[in-house]
Ligand binder design. Structure first.
Ligand SMILES: Nc1ncnc2c1ncn2[C@@H]1O[C@H](COP(=O)(O)OP(=O)(O)O)[C@@H](O)[C@H]1O
Ligand SMILES: [Mg+2]
Length: 248
């Protein structure tokens, strides 16, 4: 692990890369000189205190925040400043930290929205059926109004909807927040299954130990800067990371 000079020579097959990214909103800079590389097929987990800029980092990758300096690359292609819609179309999906279901719509209508970038409506309907087969609990709820779902059901809908585009890369911002413990384990199992099927995942997790324990690679963000990087295990076992960021 390296805490001073961060090198990425160890990433054989980089898929998602941030190079010296400074980003924020309007006149406000939130993250500074961020370097993050996620290898193809990896799970990477970003941890750090509240307000350190974790969500902003994800938003800067996806086109929801302003990139002032630096580059974002996906599969070697420069995608800096690309719109969320184009990112989705290119196979990158994003589950935001804040609830993003449409409460007045049914579960099924929400699912179809996840495929809104498809040119052909029948493709979205077909894909939704595949996902109901994969998530029978969600299929049972398809006619229910999304606003009436429990927290765990809503999170399942958000995850499944993000799978509508069969993403190569998924960004998940605090997928376990606010869930009962039994649902938290299910969410992490699902993340691992998705990764086993080949999806590269960038995860922000408040539950840092849990997040790092499933991660190939971890990053600690504090005050808008990457302070530590290493394998999930390295960060979990690092004395300083443990003391400062894992509450131990
Ligand atoms: N839309 C926004 N406009 C201006 N400042 C924002 C916006 N969203 C977040 N911030 C600020 O950016 C900082 C980091 O927030 P955030 O990225 O949400 O951190 P984290 O996800 O680590 O809790 C905070 O000071 C927050 O107030
Ligand atoms: Mg956040």
């Amino acid at each position: 692990m390296s805490t001073e000079t961060i090198t990425y020579d160890d990433v054989d097959d980089p898929l998602l890369e941030m190079r010296d990214v400074t980003a924020g909103y309007g006149n406000t800079t939130v993250i500074h000189d961020v370097n993050v590389t996620v290898g193809d097929g990896e799970i990477a987990c970003l941890i750090g205190p509240n307000g350190s800029g974790k969500s902003t980092l994800m938003k800067s990758i996806y086109g929801f925040a302003d990139v002032f300096e630096g580059r974002v690359r996906l599969g070697g292609e420069d995608v800096t400043g690309r719109s969320p819609q184009d990112n989705l179309r290119a196979g990158m999906s994003y589950v935001l930290q804040d609830a993003s279901v449409f409460p007045g719509m049914s579960v099924h209508e929400n699912m179809l929205m996840g495929g809104y970038v498809f040119d052909d409506d029948s493709r979205a309907r077909k894909r939704a059926e595949e996902l109901y087969d994969e998530f029978p609990r969600l299929g049972d709820l398809r006619e229910q109004r999304a606003g009436s779902l429990s927290g765990g059901q809503r999170r399942l809908l958000e995850l499944a909807r993000a799978l509508m585009v069969e993403p190569d890369v998924m960004m998940l911002d605090e997928p376990s927040i606010g869930l009962e413990p039994r649902y938290i384990d299910q969410v992490f199992e699902r993340i691992q299954q998705l990764n086993d099927l080949g999806t590269t995942i960038l995860l922000v997790e408040q539950n840092a130990e849990k997040g790092l324990s499933v991660a190939d690679r971890g990053f600690v963000l504090a005050s808008g800067e990457i302070k530590f990087t290493g394998s999930g295990t390295e960060l979990l076992n690092d004395e300083e990371v443990g003391r400062l960021y894992l509450g131990g």
